[in-house]
Design a protein around this ligand. Structure first.
Ligand SMILES: *[C@@H]1O[C@H](CO)[C@@H](O)[C@H](O)[C@H]1NC(C)=O
Ligand SMILES: *[C@@H]1O[C@H](CO)[C@@H](O)[C@H](O)[C@H]1NC(C)=O
Ligand SMILES: *[C@@H]1O[C@H](CO)[C@@H](O)[C@H](O)[C@H]1NC(C)=O
Ligand SMILES: *[C@@H]1O[C@H](CO)[C@@H](O)[C@H](O)[C@H]1NC(C)=O
Length: 504
């Protein structure tokens, strides 16, 4: 029996095909770039009926006649038609460029939606935008979700890590689709769970991307040290990465680094060495760094990784500097090369622990600032598969937060405490040696500085407080009078003004 098309909107009168097509699709997807297409095909594989739309309507037909041929995927030539073809409550997912395009599509969709319908933004939106959209749409009865989607094109097609947040009422409606299409951790659990309210999903995705910047920079530094300090060639280095990938560093990024090191250009030489050394960036690492400053959390490694990309981009200035700024002269690595390679692996691992510890510190502060109830073990699980930073290591982070959901700092977990303790001698040797050799190791060394800073009960900030009080009468707290802010007449000439309200 043909279902009766109830509530047929005015604009569809006379649109006969609607009688058989209306209300039939499980989800609509807008944006047929590669990510969008792949996610649609992935949803189709899992038995969901998807309706595809692109502003350039010819893309829809092209997609249906090619990539989507022989599937259950249907298309729409307008936003109205898309909305008319969706089951209630309607679920529309946007995979369009972050920014104004998202707001524009929301505006276009609104007249064709009704209370209880769901809009999902699967792009790389900045979390404050998601929070704002979520609040604005809640007033209109529309449930808004901002979801991190990680894993690139391959992930979208065969299982991305999905980090949805926003209006929690939407979660029961989209959960089955999201968890079905997401990547699965090695133990079979979906790499997708509800993250939290407002912009929480996009926030966690932002931190994920920041951590990705850190991991990539760390790897590039150890490549630099092995190449310039030890004179190891790329094939030998690929073997080292292959070994590392069997142990605690086992991860997607170590694996692809091995393959990149082995990759040959047409002339048989390493392609890697022909690539211009200027790193690009799209902004999510920068957002993480900026947000860490806003929240007052020392996310030093990610921030340093962003700056390292900035420094790499100053190619002309570096070319000039390389000719005039002196480095160490006649220094060569002396020692046991094989042992040093092992130490480099330990330094990389320890720095990575620090980076993740900082990332989780940042999320913890954001949760407090925004009132989110973040599940850190769940977040580690979401990153365990599908995404760029997937690794064995994330399984241990998951365990750490499972054992103690209130864990104050990842480095306080017994496993990571022990791991850092075991690695520290090697870590110090590698940072010291690269400094001696004049090879930059900004993230390896800033991670070590953070570790040493965190383990110092007393830091030299007493000096900073004294200086602030000396020149600015900013006051300081005395160890023997906690909670009391005092000002000292340091010079014997100063005024009586103390900035007692300024304690930043
Ligand atoms: C439409 O598809 C093209 C790729 O074919 C993509 O670049 C574009 O972002 C899509 N845009 C929208 C708004 O659907
Ligand atoms: C957090 O996530 C983990 C992993 O998915 C789950 O086992 C645990 O029950 C969750 N905790 C809470 C409080 O929801
Ligand atoms: C600071 O000390 C000097 C010298 O002891 C004194 O003359 C001056 O009045 C003091 N200033 C204040 C504001 O107490
Ligand atoms: C400086 O401040 C102290 C405490 O507020 C006050 O007792 C004293 O009279 C002030 N001295 C001058 C010179 O204003």
């Amino acid at each position: 029996m043909v279902p009766k098309p109830f509530e047929l909107p005015q604009y569809l009168h006379g649109f006969n095909s609607c009688i058989i097509l209306c209300n039939s699709a499980d989800i609509g997807l807008i944006g047929l770039a590669v990510m969008g297409q792949n996610l649609i095909l992935n949803m189709n594989d899992h038995g969901f009926k998807v309706c595809a739309f692109n502003r350039t309507v010819s893309k829809v037909d092209h997609f249906l006649e090619n990539e989507a041929k022989g599937t259950n995927i249907i298309g729409a030539h307008s936003v109205e038609e898309l909305c008319a073809k969706l089951k209630r409550p309607r679920k529309v997912m946007l995979l369009v460029k972050a920014g104004p395009a998202v707001d524009a599509f929301i505006e276009t969709l609104l007249p064709h939606l009704e209370p209880g319908d769901i809009i999902i933004d699967g792009g790389n939106s900045h979390f404050p935008d998601t929070t704002r959209r979520c609040e604005e749409l809640e007033k209109k009865g529309i449930l808004y979700v901002g979801s991190g989607v990680s894993g690139g094109e391959e992930g979208a097609r065969y299982g991305p890590s999905l980090m949805p947040g926003g209006n929690p009422k939407a979660w029961p409606e989209i959960k089955s689709i999201f968890q079905a299409v997401s990547a699965k951790a090695p133990d079979g659990q979906p790499c997708c769970d509800w993250v939290g309210e407002g912009g929480a999903g996009h926030y966690v995705k932002m931190v994920h991307n920041g951590i990705e910047y850190g991991d990539m920079q760390l790897i590039s530094e150890v490549y630099h040290i092995m190449k310039e300090g030890l004179g190891i060639n790329n094939d030998q280095m690929a073997d080292i990465f292959e070994e590392w990938n069997k142990e605690e560093l086992d991860s997607f990024l170590i694996e692809i680094t091995r393959d990149i090191l082995r990759f040959k250009d047409e002339d048989g030489s390493s392609l890697l060495e022909k690539i211009l050394d200027k790193a690009g960036q799209k902004g999510t690492g920068k957002w993480t760094a900026i947000d860490s400053l806003d929240r007052g959390i020392p996310v030093t490694l990610i921030t340093e990784a962003v700056y390292s990309r900035c420094l790499s981009s100053l190619k002309d200035e570096r070319t000039h500097a390389s000719k005039i700024l002196k480095g160490p002269t006649n220094v060569k690595f002396q020692g046991d090369q094989q042992n040093f390679i092992k130490q480099i692996g330990s330094a990389l691992y320890a720095s990575k622990i620090v980076s993740y510890a900082q990332g989780f510190m940042l999320m913890r502060q954001a949760a407090e600032d925004f009132g989110w109830n973040l599940n850190y073990s769940g977040i580690a699980l979401m990153w365990r598969g599908g995404c760029i930073i997937r690794s064995r290591f994330l399984g241990q982070i998951k365990d750490a937060y499972n054992n103690n959901p209130k864990l104050e700092n990842l480095l306080f977990d017994p496993f990571f405490q022990e791991a850092a303790a075991k690695a520290q001698d090697s870590w110090r040797t590698v940072v010291g040696t690269s400094a001696t050799l004049g090879i930059p190791a900004p993230t390896l060394s800033c991670a070590l500085s953070f570790y040493d800073g965190l383990r110092h009960e007393r830091l030299p900030a007493n000096m900073i407080q004294a200086q602030r009080d000396y020149f600015g009468a900013h006051t300081y707290e005395r160890l023997d009078q906690p909670g009391k802010y005092v000002h000292t007449n340091w010079t014997g000439t100063g005024g009586n003004v103390s900035a007692s309200t300024y304690q930043a």
